[in-house]
Design a protein around this ligand. Structure first.
Ligand code: MF3
Ligand code: CO
Length: 261
């Protein structure tokens, strides 16, 4: 069932997404070599709660934390741990969902830790570009396949591969709503997009092969070839003519300054 959002609901979503954007920026402030992913999780948990929000991931199907923290070859759903110490040259994908005013907001960002190899930075840039190319297709009358195609085409053209096992989704009063939003597809195929649909678009892109496996913890997905993967995500409202991006990387940009890519 796809729920088209009212203008009132979209206004609430702007607020939950703003809190989410500010939360990711708080995390960005403390990312550096030597910090643990559990430290990052604590920052996010406290910031969300202090600002009247709820961490939607915590307890979701048993997930034990506020953030998903996925390092290097980990693609998504990494579990924060005081044993995972970030080191110079790592990348860490931070993905989280915040509920405020009854509305969930979902966004993810892959951060460099210290000095990162140019090859990996290029993967990150391309993944972020692919996210925005997908978002450009999130307009009334286009189809889900247009979003998937735009993402897949850009990434594969640049020699990267697209994860198939995890996809984007509708979002609103529930964290995961219909439809599924694949990061691959064919132009002109799939569901026709309507104004008021709110979609979490989230390309997960690999430097090497696209195959992933779950680690022993039952959550963390990593590439089988152990090459790095990047993940950027926005919550987006489908509109006539131009999609409205509800989540924001602006606060992250303010924190990272010239390290923002
Ligand atoms: N953004 C992630 C997703 O859409 C959030 C997962 S929360 C978790 O799947 F609890 F499942 F980890
Ligand atoms: Co999501």
């Amino acid at each position: 069932m796809i729920y088209l959002k009212t203008e009132e609901e979209i206004e609430l979503l702007r607020h939950s997404n703003d809190l989410l954007g500010r939360t990711l920026a708080e995390v960005a402030k403390v990312i550096r070599p030597g910090v643990t992913t559990a430290d990052l999780d604590k920052v996010a948990y406290e910031f969300i709660c202090d600002n009247g929000g709820k961490p939607s991931c915590l307890g979701y199907e048993g997930f034990p934390a506020t953030l998903c923290t996925s390092v290097n070859e980990q693609v998504v759903h990494g579990i924060p741990s005081n044993k995972v110490v970030l080191k110079d040259g790592d990348i860490v994908s931070i993905d989280t969902v915040v509920e405020l005013g009854g509305m969930h907001a979902d966004s993810a960002y892959t951060f460099p830790v210290g000095e990162v190899a140019e090859e990996t930075l290029q993967l990150m840039r391309t993944t972020k570009q692919a996210l925005y190319l997908g978002i450009e297709q999130a307009i009334t009358g286009r189809r889900l396949g247009d979003i998937g195609f735009a993402i897949q085409n850009h990434c594969e053209k640049n020699g990267y591969s697209v994860v198939r096992e995890f996809v984007g989704h509708g979002i609103g009063r529930d964290m995961h709503e219909d439809p599924e939003v694949c990061n691959y597809g064919r132009r002109g195929n799939g569901l026709v997009l309507k104004s008021g649909m709110v979609l979490a678009i989230e390309p997960m892109i690999c430097l090497g092969r696209r195959q992933v496996i779950l680690e022993e913890d039952g959550w963390t997905a990593r590439t089988i070839d152990r090459k790095p993967a990047a993940h950027y995500e926005h919550s987006v409202c489908v509109r006539n003519g131009k999609a409205e991006i509800l989540s924001t990387f602006d606060y992250i940009q303010q924190v990272l300054g010239d390290r923002f890519i």
